[in-house]
Design a protein around this ligand. Structure first.
Ligand code: PMP
Length: 421
């Protein structure tokens, strides 16, 4: 299969693990490979209500067998869905535009911010990933090394309370990181580009689930708004009850974004994404340039998305994410006491980052060890991954039906693998 894959998809189509997995079935938090081995999924957030949830599968099947057309006809599913979805946002976020991927949602958000402000400049973190369209890829500075930065995008230093400059903490650390935001804004202004907005994942997920120093996000957004720009919250990873006692990761800071983008878990694997903004902004954007997306918001897509909301609500998954997340985080912190390799544990709801270091005092990243560890975990039946500036941060982000008994398996396996390194 690997040979065929290389021949058909090339050698640069990313694969997980030294020994890639050939998965054939999923159910809840479990996955099975072609040899019948079972794996605990502690990585995938897209199947947020669990792999192949029967209620979602049934809704998709029933609607696909009835009608599937684009959105230029009236249909109840899209209205019901957008009604339910927008009710979960603070005013004035009251209207939606639907799309099929997180990249598309961010593409719309960038166009909207530029159209609304008449400016071009977008600020992002220097470790951001927001998607793969031409305009959105400009925001992934770390992923396009030849470009580094473009005329319309400036990166500021990813705010990191664990890896900040030696001796700085609290307000001083906040001021240090804000300086980088200020410089980017000034650069845009001096070049006549202007500030259209700041695009951030409020959980700083791709950056390594960073903990920003106190007040950083609030102050950075205030600086951008003062310069005429908008606050775009990318909830593609952090949304739908993943990151804490709320539905959206931006709620952690108590400021309402101007534009929110959604994706990944929205359809539990079915491609559906969206942009939420005020009615005024969406009406203005729509009258400026028509937006239509053939596969977005179809009766099937919205049947699936409605079913995902049903399960999240009926099974109270955002609430259980908080309690299981706290349980798992406590377990990871007790592993930290016994394994010096664990330098930092960060948790936001049912999303954990475990930063591995070869020396706690210097915080030297244990990048090679983290690579060995995720492969060892895979050999022992638990799926996780890693990320971060130095690829030394374990990323634990299971489907939300993950319970304490699953956390126990993850913790015991991690304990064994850390000892076996
Ligand atoms: N935003 C964030 C924060 C993401 O993590 C990703 C995907 N990793 C995207 C946007 C892009 O989403 P998609 O792959 O659906 O285009």
């Amino acid at each position: 299969m690997l040979e065929r894959r290389y021949r058909l998809l090339g050698h640069n189509s990313p694969l997980f693990y030294q020994k890639p997995l050939h998965l054939v079935r999923g159910e809840g938090v479990w996955l099975w490979d072609a040899d019948g081995n079972r794996y605990l999924d502690a990585y995938n957030n897209v199947p947020c209500v669990g792999h192949c949830h029967p209620h979602v599968v049934e809704a998709m099947h029933r609607q696909a067998a009835t009608l599937n057309v684009h959105t230029r006809y009236l249909h109840e599913n899209i209205l019901r869905y957008v009604e339910r979805l927008t009710a979960k946002f603070a005013p004035p976020l009251a209207m939606a535009m639907l799309a099929c991927s997180g990249s598309e949602a961010n593409e719309i958000a960038l166009r909207m911010a530029r159209q609304q402000t008449g400016a071009q400049g977008i600020l992002v973190t220097d470790l951001a990933y927001h998607g793969n369209t031409e305009a959105v890829a400009e925001t992934g500075i770390a992923f396009m090394p030849e470009a580094k930065t473009t005329r319309r995008v400036r990166a500021f230093a990813s705010p990191d309370a664990y890896r900040g400059p030696e001796g700085l903490s609290g307000e001083a650390l906040t001021a240090h990181y804000l300086e980088s935001v200020r410089a980017a804004i000034e650069d845009f202004q001096s070049q006549g580009i202007g500030v259209a907005g700041i695009l951030i994942c409020p959980a700083f997920a791709n950056e390594g689930l960073l903990e920003a120093p106190p007040g950083f996000v609030e102050k950075a957004v205030a600086m951008v708004r003062a310069a005429g720009g908008l606050y775009i919250a990318d909830e593609v990873q952090g949304g739908f009850g993943r990151t804490g006692a709320y539905w959206w990761s931006h709620e952690a800071y108590g400021i309402t974004p101007d534009i929110v983008t959604l994706g990944k878990p929205m359809g539990n694997g079915f491609p559906i994404s969206g942009v939420i903004a005020s009615s005024a902004m969406i009406e203005s954007f729509g009258s400026w340039g028509m937006y239509f997306n053939t596969f977005a918001g179809t009766p099937v897509a919205c049947a699936v998305a409605n079913a995902v909301l049903d399960v999240l609500e009926n099974e109270r998954l955002p609430e259980s994410a908080v309690s299981t997340g706290a349980y798992l985080a406590a377990g990871l912190r007790s592993l930290q006491e016994r394994h010096s390799l664990i330098g930092d544990v960060r948790d936001k709801g049912l999303f954990m980052a475990v930063e591995l270091v070869s020396d706690r005092a210097s915080r030297a990243p244990a990048s090679a060890e983290s690579g060995r560890l995720i492969n060892l975990m895979r050999e022992r039946g638990v799926l996780i991954s890693r990320l971060g500036r130095f690829d030394n941060v374990l990323k634990l982000r299971p489907p939300l039906p993950f319970r304490p008994e699953h956390a126990d398996i993850l913790l015991a396996t991690l304990d064994e693998c850390l000892a076996a390194l």
